[in-house]
Design a protein around this ligand. Structure first.
Ligand code: KMH
Ligand code: ZN
Length: 278
């Protein structure tokens, strides 16, 4: 294994919108905390920072200025890392609110694009109608931003393929297969194989396993030639019952696993080549 697989792109989802310091005190809120977590995750091997931001008191926000400040701060300490703002925001935000971070200056190289409506974690509804998806996609095309297509279930991949045929999403596409959100697809290897086999041949993909599935799903992806996402947004534990001390600790664990399996880690510039960002 590893001989002919491309280098592993590690995405660190360092902040999220729903997880709080009550869940894990390492979840960053203030600008300097987020910048610090990004820097350490990058130093540990992450080439992409998936970014949400917060008010100082922890409330999630999609405020353009707040994103600009955080992105400027991250670029100061790790200028070459790929910054991927979230357009998912948090549950209940409207699409105009959510799209703001794609308008930072200069535009980000990538941003997330959530590809369907779903129950999210129980009673919440994460709304992404087809028209919403088209709106995000068209704005990203205008600014030459590569969408990372967040798919929480197989039907969302079908939606992407349909919108791709209509020209709203360009090839080669990059997917984030998210498994284990309550309301989305479960996180069995069988589910992951099903999703991967549903992707176009020229697509790239990363895999996010939620909660206790984070490392199993990431490891399966490493073996199958995909990429991996870890971070406090998705999982607060480094191992069963033991809270992670930082995002970097989660990144270091997946680097160790990849090393053991003979998969090289991508630098940000290698990640740019793999994703067609250059
Ligand atoms: N906070 C979730 C409701 C994304 O970043 O694009 C959505 C989310 C997805 O985190
Ligand atoms: Zn997110």
């Amino acid at each position: 294994m590893g001989d002919n697989l491309e280098d592993l792109i590690i995405t660190a989802a360092i902040c999220g919108a729903e997880v709080t310091k009550e869940h894990n005190k390492a979840v960053p809120y203030a600008i300097n905390e987020i910048v610090n977590e990004a820097e350490k995750a990058y130093a540990a091997g992450a080439s992409i920072i998936h970014l949400h931001v917060r008010q100082d008191d922890g409330r999630p926000t999609q405020d353009l200025n707040r994103f600009q400040h955080v992105i400027n701060g991250i670029k100061e300490v790790c200028p070459d890392v790929i910054i991927q703002p979230s357009t998912g925001g948090s549950i209940g935000m409207n699409i105009k609110e959510r799209i703001q971070p794609i308008y930072v200056n200069p535009p980000p190289e990538m941003a997330t694009l959530d590809c369907g409506t779903m129950n999210f974690g129980g009673d919440d509804i994460f709304i992404n109608t087809e028209n919403d998806i088209i709106y995000f996609a068209e704005e990203m095309i205008k600014l030459d931003i590569k969408p990372e297509l967040e798919c929480f279930d197989k039907g969302m991949i079908d939606t992407v393929l349909k919108l791709h045929k209509k020209g709203f999403i360009k090839s080669p596409m990059h997917f984030n297969l998210v498994l284990g959100v309550i309301g989305g697809i479960s996180a069995d290897v069988r589910d992951l194989v099903f999703l991967i086999e549903s992707l176009p041949n020229d697509a790239t993909y990363t895999v996010t396993g939620i909660g206790k599935y984070e490392f199993n799903m990431a490891t399966a992806s490493i073996i199958m030639g995909g990429h991996a996402r870890v971070g406090l947004e998705d999982n607060i534990y480094i191992s069963q019952g033991l809270k992670a001390k930082s995002n970097a600790e989660l990144v270091k664990k997946i680097v160790r696993i990849a090393n053991e399996l003979g998969r090289e880690i991508a630098t940000p510039n290698k990640a740019r080549q793999i994703l067609g960002l250059v």
